[in-house]
Design a protein around this ligand. Sequence first.
Ligand code: TYM
Length: 336
Amino acid sequence: MCKQRVLSGVQPTGNLHLGNYLGAINNWVKIQQNYDNFFCVVDLHAITVPHNPQILAQDTYTIAALYLACGIDLEHATIFVQSHVTAHSQLAWLLNCITPLSWLERMIQFKEKALKQGENVSVGLLDYPVLMAADILLYNADCVPVGEDQKQHLELTRNIATRLNDQFATPESPVVKIPEPLIRTEGARIMSLTDGTRKMSKSDLSDMSRINLLDPPELIIKKIKRCKTDSIRGLEFDNLERPECNNLLKLYGLLSGKTKEEVIFECQGMGWGKFKPLLSETTVEALKPIQMKYKDIMGNKDYLESVLKKGKEKAEAVANQTLERIKLVLGYLVPF
Ligand code: TYM
């Protein structure tokens, strides 16, 4: 039987943090055997906010290498760079023309980021979710594993796909597939180390708010030592007045592979002085194999480039077919 298709991606802006890892990539690794997977480095998305051209290519290598270092297996997955497959930008344009502006203006991430940028906010930032819809629909993805912050964008993708099918195809032979979000119950929203009510994010100005996958052990220890806590005795999950405590216990559970019950049993009587070193050690140990593998891969650029070259070819074969199919139903003249 044919496996279902998965597509997902991460932006090459800086390296990845524990939110990206636990909310997305670790989930991809866990489910990869059951699917035919396409994982892209979404470099076109990376320029929707002001970017530095000096580091975009390097960041693109970094993210691709991190996919492999985190355990993405080429037996089950194709890794490629979004801008290498031109169908993404082409389909984004076609979808732009059937997407109502009001749908985009409602996107929470756009509103939040636009607020920060004021007058300088780009059309690209508004259009970002349409490009994301193109990424997904080109591969006829059945499932899209992401963190919770992408839920609204996936809902938009489903709405765009439905609109395209309704306007230009028939229910018996739809032109695109309606994808399902795959959002895990644990880890879908990892919070900042400096404010447990805000998500861990690459765009937070303070690097102390996140643990990056490539942070050296001393820095991880320092960040956890300084992270925000409270002065209540004992540790507990799910107390709304203790968002930091909930987040740190969750991190410990996810990184150690322990269940919530095991974490409660082990940690409920601890103070921060005992828990923080435990969390630091667990985090350092969990990231060590990823960092070692990352170093190996980055030391062998030829290999990494060959992975991305093969990935481009495989991705292009699927994406171009879908693009042609969509252009046909939209009435385009086939090139001679
Ligand atoms: P990006 O690069 O912001 O984030 C990559 C993935 O990490 C997840 N994530 C988190 N999960 C849990 N807790 C957090 N604090 C946290 N922060 C980030 C995100 O949900 C995401 O899964 N638009 C997307 C990239 C994209 C994409 C796509 C994803 C472009 N095209 C097609 C899926 C399918 C983004 O900016 O992710």
